[in-house]
Design a protein around this ligand. Structure first.
Ligand code: GLU
Length: 465
């Protein structure tokens, strides 16, 4: 069986968000070996804290890499540490006359693009420096000019490849124009180091955003010129926000870091992302292993996926529901840990599992159940002030008689107060929890101590307790 090696190659210029986390996930799910490479060649925009956050976010999502930073392989996985490797390949291209130094200034290039646009032509390098002879080059360098290095695109060819997602593709080299592979400061341009590293790191399959589709013919040309193997490329469709525009901060994208702070569980995020642009037959919450087992290139969609924040909440609900005790306990805020008595831990976690979506909701319930003072919402206050104090007197007596038996308590209260339905349950819930919504009353009754129950009911009998 073919050994698939995939990779995720982020640039550490910001926190990873839903879009690039999905790219990482698809590569993790598809690859038998998954590699992480940090593309930190943009010295101005790359920052150490984003590298640290990136490693932390991926680990938190459980997207572990077999090769990459901190793995036991000697390769440097940071592009900023691979300059000598790139230099070797630059020399090779120059020796073969497949690349040439370009002395055009940014202003000159901008002007030439402007002219081309005004003529209705796509902006493309004019080829001005392509024919400089060695003397001319030497004299410009002697003047202190710092050239970029351009790849010489062969004219009159069609670059074809079979995209793993989008199918057969063809690009005419006449439309490409000689492109920069080394910046004037000597650092590599994206097209170059990205392609060279995929080859040297023996990546077999690349799944990446469709914004890179038009880069692919350039990268195939570089690899061909260097006699290096090309991976199979697959370009995944965009994620759109609810407004139909590409997902961004403005229309609902959040960083993984922010989602984590809000209390999302990693498996919820993973289940959402796995279905953004990939069809699964199964609508249940799946583990990463299950998602990987059923991941198929054929199920990747060619049309854009739409992100719906409600779906994220749905998966979070499923994830909380399915979480084991340890995970759920760790997920609770520390302040909740201090409130829950050891012998009530299991019952409380069960309550959380079926009633809470975010940790702050669980904290609210820990407060309601285990603190002495219960805050009362306005709606609950309304119900309590309309209820008859007699009702609560009957409730106190019933609770005293049946402290450990909710059904018997309820029956006694129902008979004595002659209430049922809403008239029975709303004031009872309001008195016991200070709210009108929440877990089953039987659960509340079981977790509260008999003193708490009597005390909370007595508060509304109209007589001081
Ligand atoms: N560093 C590039 C990016 O973040 C990688 C693109 C690729 O996956 O090839 O867009």
């Amino acid at each position: 069986m073919e050994n698939r090696k995939t990779r995720f190659a982020p640039s550490p210029t910001g926190y990873i968000h839903l879009g690039n986390a999905r790219t990482a996930l698809f590569n993790r799910l598809f690859g038998q070996v998954f590699l992480l490479r940090v593309e930190d060649t943009d010295q101005e925009r790359s920052r150490h804290e984003f590298v640290a956050a990136l490693l932390e976010d991926l680990s938190w999502l459980q997207l572990h890499w077999e090769e990459g930073p901190h793995s036991p392989f000697p390769n440097p996985y940071f592009q900023s540490q691979r300059q000598p490797i790139y230099d070797r390949y630059y020399r090779e291209l120059e020796q073969k006359h497949l690349a040439y130094p370009c002395f055009c200034s940014p202003e000159e290039l901008a002007m030439s693009r402007k002219v081309q646009r005004a003529q209705g032509l796509p902006p493309r390098y004019s080829g001005k420096c392509a024919q400089l002879n060695p003397q001319e080059i030497q004299s410009k360098i002697a003047q202190g000019l710092k050239p970029t290095l351009r790849f010489r695109v062969p004219p009159g060819r069609t670059i074809e490849f079979d995209d793993l997602v989008k199918g057969p593709q063809a690009f005419e080299t006449g439309t490409i124009g000689d492109f920069i592979i080394r910046r004037a400061d000597g650092t590599p341009a994206f097209f170059f180091c990205n392609a060279v590293d995929d080859a040297l790191m023996e990546v077999t399959h690349v799944l990446r955003g469709e914004d890179h589709l038009t880069n692919t013919p350039r990268q195939l040309l570089i690899l061909e010129a260097l006699g290096l193997p090309a991976p199979h490329y697959g370009h995944i469709s965009l994620i759109l926000g609810e407004d139909g525009a590409p997902l961004s901060k403005r229309n609902g994208s959040q960083s993984i870091h922010e989602l984590r702070e809000q209390g999302y569980l990693p498996i919820a995020i993973v289940n959402l992302l796995a279905r953004l642009g990939h069809r699964y037959r199964n609508d249940n919450l799946m583990t990463l292993e299950q998602l990987a087992k059923e991941f198929r290139l054929a199920n990747l969609s060619r049309s854009p996926a739409r992100f719906d924040p409600q779906q994220l909440i749905y998966w979070q609900q499923q994830a909380v529901h399915a979480a084991d005790d340890d995970t759920l306990w760790q997920w609770l805020p520390d302040s909740a840990h201090h409130l829950v008595p050891e012998h009530q831990k299991d019952a409380f976690l069960e309550l959380v599992r079926s009633n809470c979506v975010f940790p702050n909701e669980a904290l609210d319930w820990a407060r309601i159940l285990f603190e002495t003072l219960v805050p009362v919402t306005d709606q609950a206050q309304e119900v309590l002030s309309q209820a008859n104090p007699e009702f609560f007197r009957a409730a106190v007596l019933a609770a005293h008689e049946f402290p450990d038996n909710y059904q018997a308590f309820l029956k006694a209260l129902k008979d004595r107060s002659k209430t049922k339905g809403k008239q029975l349950f709303q004031p009872l819930r309001a008195a016991l929890t200070g709210r009108l919504d929440g877990p089953e009353l039987s659960t509340i009754y079981t977790i509260l101590t008999s003193e708490q129950i009597e005390h909370r009911l007595a508060r509304w009998t109209g007589t001081p307790c």
